[in-house]
Ligand binder design. Structure first.
Ligand code: UDX
Length: 443
């Protein structure tokens, strides 16, 4: 099939590359010409395991093309996926200006009947609004092409995006025209070989499924984080409690890892958007609101541990070694990263930080800019040299079993703050560390 993807960000690029990899002819369109030029040379704007390989293979196979020519790209394919961003506005609602611009571009340029697939995360009702905008443009052009629209949300986890696309748990498709089912069945057949993954529903339910999924995942995290604070205050240990509840198959072990809070580009944005569009129909979702509040508090709770231990408010200069800057492992994405937030807070208090991350140092340098109080380090041990404590904030594999003797010899005092509970507290005590984690008292 011929497919055009509008918006070559994280979702658009993974979607385009994976569709191309199973034999479709895919054109990825983006207004950012520099990005498109680099992609043509096989240079990726993001780090995502496995993506570079399939992008390059499919450029060579001539299954994958990159373009910034809107007109040609829209004309080229019968199926157009919309993958542009819906960032959060100050009031928490979703900024739909990019989506609306795309709708106008489609209406202005199509030359035959088309199928439009909305993959961007959009508030309930947006997919239908987009169809109205396209039809209005067609009316202005006095064209009678038939445009069908479907909603097909993405559930990709950064760092595992390629695997998630190739073998998804499910593929949600919201449509009002049942004739489209056969198109989606053949489009997604290569990803449903093991068993049928497609779930068809109406467009609005599909739009809301995306928000409900992210809200549920964020709820699990905030729940365990709230339990963590209760556990710590009662001298219980959240790590044991996590195992105790996760072993109940109704609860499961996923998404109940205590942390200094969730980050990333999705949860905060989507929960705020959910609250915002619920408000428009007179509703105030209590759980979703609490989930966000607990998350904000979790970041403060972790930061306060550092403040209390060092009495930083006295303005004495301390140095902290920071392990991990990306909002989660296996990505170079630092959007809404708890780690970056903590680095900024420490600097504001006149502390020095020595930061290390396996993949996101370049992005962090761009974002944090030149600051005398920040040293970007080439490896994890350099980051703890002469530091008053190590603060671990992203659970990269290379931090799981480090050389603790080396860490100890580099630090001024053997103190670790662990925002991801990577180590065993008894083991750390034996090794002579003062070990602060989430949801358990320091021994
Ligand atoms: C999320 C959804 O999982 C995905 O389906 C959707 O398409 C986009 O948003 P992503 O942002 O890639 O994906 O990351 P995810 O793995 O869900 O983690 C989000 C945040 O929650 C990270 O900061 C992570 O560290 C944190 N987290 C996750 C926890 O604190 N505890 C957990 O148990 C799991």
């Amino acid at each position: 099939m011929k497919i055009t993807i509008i918006g070559t960000g994280y979702v658009g690029l993974v979607t385009g590359a994976c569709f191309a990899h199973v034999g479709n002819s895919v054109t990825c369109l983006d207004k950012d010409e520099k990005k498109i030029e680099k992609l043509r040379q096989g240079k990726l704007p993001i780090y995502e395991p496995g993506l570079k390989k399939i992008v390059n293979e499919n450029i060579v196979n001539k299954n994958l093309f990159f373009s910034s020519n809107t007109k040609n790209s829209i004309k080229k394919s019968k199926i157009i996926f919309v993958c542009v961003g819906t960032p959060m506005k100050k009031d928490g609602s979703s900024d739909l200006s990019f989506i609306k611009k795309v709708a106008i571009d489609i209406g202005d340029n199509i030359n035959e009947n088309k199928i439009i697939v909305m993959k961007s995360t959009v508030p309930v009702g947006t997919t239908e609004t987009i169809l109205k905008i396209i039809n209005k443009e067609l009316l202005n052009r006095s064209k009678k092409y038939i445009v069908d629209i479907a909603n097909n949300p993405e559930f990709l986890k950064e760092g595992k995006g390629v695997g998630d696309f190739m073998s998804p748990d499910r593929i949600i498709v919201g449509l009002n025209n049942h004739k489209l089912k056969s198109v989606f069945k053949s489009l997604y057949r290569p990803f449903s070989v093991n068993h049928e993954k497609l779930i068809f529903m109406d467009v609005k339910s599909s739009e809301l499924t995306k928000y409900a999924a992210n809200a549920m995942l964020a709820t699990k995290i905030s729940f365990i984080n709230e339990m963590a604070i209760i556990a710590e205050n009662l001298d219980a240990d959240i790590n044991s409690i996590r195992e105790g509840i996760g072993s109940d198959s109704r609860i499961g072990f996923s998404f109940i890892y205590p942390s200094a809070g969730y980050g990333g580009s999705c949860f905060n944005k989507d929960l705020n958007s959910l609250i915002s569009f619920s408000k428009k129909v007179g509703l105030k979702p209590k759980i979703v609101n609490a989930v966000n509040q607990v998350n904000l508090n979790q970041n403060k709770y972790f930061f306060n541990k550092i403040i209390r231990r060092f009495k930083i408010k006295s303005m004495r200069k301390y140095t902290f070694g920071i392990w991990g800057l990306s909002y989660k492992p296996d990505t170079d994405d630092i959007r809404n990263s708890i780690s970056i937030n903590i680095v900024e807070k420490l600097i504001k208090l006149n502390s020095e930080v020595r930061v290390y991350d396996p993949k996101s140092l370049d992005n962090a340098k761009l974002y944090l800019k030149d600051n005398d109080n920040i040293t970007f380090c080439k490896n994890k041990y350099e980051a703890v040299k002469g530091a008053d404590a190590l603060i671990l904030l992203t659970e990269w594999l290379e931090f799981r079993s480090p050389d603790f003797k080396k860490i100890k010899s580099h630090l001024k005092k053997p103190i670790i703050f662990d925002g991801k509970n990577q180590y065993d507290k008894y083991d750390m005590q034996k090794r002579g560390f003062e070990y602060h984690q989430i949801g358990a008292r320091t021994l």
